[in-house]
Design a protein around this ligand. Structure first.
Ligand SMILES: [Fe+2]
Ligand SMILES: [Fe+2]
Ligand SMILES: [Fe+2]
Ligand SMILES: [Fe+2]
Length: 400
């Protein structure tokens, strides 16, 4: 059934504040929950975090006190939503277990977006990035086996494979080469704007998470691996945020943010397997419909345009968490040696890339290589979860 969020009524803003009892959500079961329920929670936490930060930035550029007050009212609700969503994660999971789930989100969400993206340049950006987060999953899974003596299949549950992607050491590009060309806001498909906002927000949350939790470890290899991958998530945020047309006005950006929140809550409501979590997605959708209506009013008033000119006339197909094993294997077979040069892609290591590599490595082995070697030494072999057979690149296959 077509669903146009611009035509729907939500919950009035004054009725959206929740009391302590309502905010005190029951977390999902750490051992028996659907891994993709956890992925949806992590995704929506990233989306709500972006909603809050974006609204703060807008408020800091807004001289009108009444507008600032309205932004503060909606933002307080976004902050309550973020609490309700992120507090669905169980305290029993370790930071490293949550990290592995973050990388599973990056793999299966970015793969889905790449598969659905109509614009070839944007699709290439997602295909490029997903092979890197896929490799991060493998590095963290080896750290997990080494320091927590557990296996990542307990978390990803055979839905996502764990094996080398583009090797993490090759992700350290010159920062100039992380900037992509933006889409054109006047001609791009509305779904492309939603994709870019979603992946940008998810990667930003991953970047923030690693920058905060990395130093909480005692083990030197864990501290160092979070530093290394944290720096790559900075590259990923640069890569994905540069896809968004910087010519969008603040009100157009606000409208896109609220529309995207509606899209994702609606998607997850449609695809959620846990009924209690599904109720939260539905409640939040009904809140977002009102946020969207308010953003649409501001857009009409300040930009003098009709929201229908900017937004999709109905929600695109629901964002779905599902295995992407064949898709990833094809990318590994064809794009593992890609890097970037300027705003495009090349297969050879160019001078600027090598210069950055030399400055960062300075003759040392990076933590992402060290973690695999250390785990091989300790566990007798490295950790992988290859459910569909040997690694597609012969030089990266395990010789059994
Ligand atoms: Fe929200
Ligand atoms: Fe990553
Ligand atoms: Fe990433
Ligand atoms: Fe919102």
């Amino acid at each position: 059934m077509p669903f146009n969020p611009l035509q729907e009524r939500g919950i009035p803003l004054d009725d959206q504040v929740r009391d302590w009892r309502e905010l005190n959500v029951t977390p999902i079961d750490p051992d028996h929950a659907d891994p993709y329920t956890r992925c949806r929670i992590i995704t929506m936490n990233g989306i709500e975090t972006e909603a809050i930060f974006f609204s703060h930035q807008l408020a800091r550029h807004c001289p009108d006190i009444e507008l600032k007050q309205q932004l503060a009212r909606v933002r307080y609700i976004e902050a309550q939503q973020q609490k309700a969503v992120n507090w669905l994660l169980p305290g029993a999971s370790s930071v490293l277990e949550t990290t592995i789930a973050y990388e599973q989100v990056a793999v299966d969400l970015t793969s889905w977006v790449a598969r659905m993206e109509p614009d070839p340049y944007l699709r290439q950006a997602y295909e490029f990035g997903v092979l890197e987060d896929f490799d991060h999953l493998y590095r963290y899974a080896n750290l997990y086996e080494m320091i927590e003596h557990r296996k990542a299949e307990k978390i990803v549950d055979n839905l996502t494979e764990v094996m080398p992607g583009r090797p993490t050491v090759r992700h350290h590009r010159h920062p100039m080469d992380n900037v992509r060309e933006p889409y054109d806001r006047n001609t791009t498909a509305p779904v492309s704007k939603l994709h870019a906002l979603t992946i940008m927000s998810a990667e930003q949350q991953t970047m923030n998470f690693y920058m905060n939790v990395g130093p909480m470890y005692m083990e030197p290899i864990a501290r160092r691996l979070y530093q290394e991958i944290g720096l790559i998530e900075e590259e990923h945020v640069t890569h994905y945020e540069s896809l968004v047309d910087p010519g969008e006005s603040w009100w157009e950006m606000l409208l896109n943010h609220e529309y995207n929140e509606c899209y994702l809550y609606h998607s997850f409501m449609e695809t959620e397997s846990d009924p209690k979590v599904k109720n939260i997605w539905e409640l939040h959708l009904n809140m977002e419909l009102e946020h969207l209506r308010l953003a649409a009013e501001l857009f009409k008033k300040h930009d003098g345009r009709d929201p229908e000119q900017v937004c999709a006339p109905e929600l695109p197909a629901p964002v779905t968490f599902e295995p992407n094993k064949g898709f990833i294997r094809d990318l590994i077979a064809t794009q593992i040696d890609y890097t970037t040069l300027g705003t495009g892609y090349v297969q050879e290591a160019h001078e600027r890339f090598e210069r950055m590599q030399a400055a960062l490595m300075n003759g040392d082995q990076p933590p992402s290589e060290r973690v695999i070697e250390d785990n091989r030494a300790r566990s007798g072999r490295e950790y992988r979860l290859e459910t569909e057979g040997e690694h597609p690149v012969p030089s990266l296959a395990l010789h059994r």
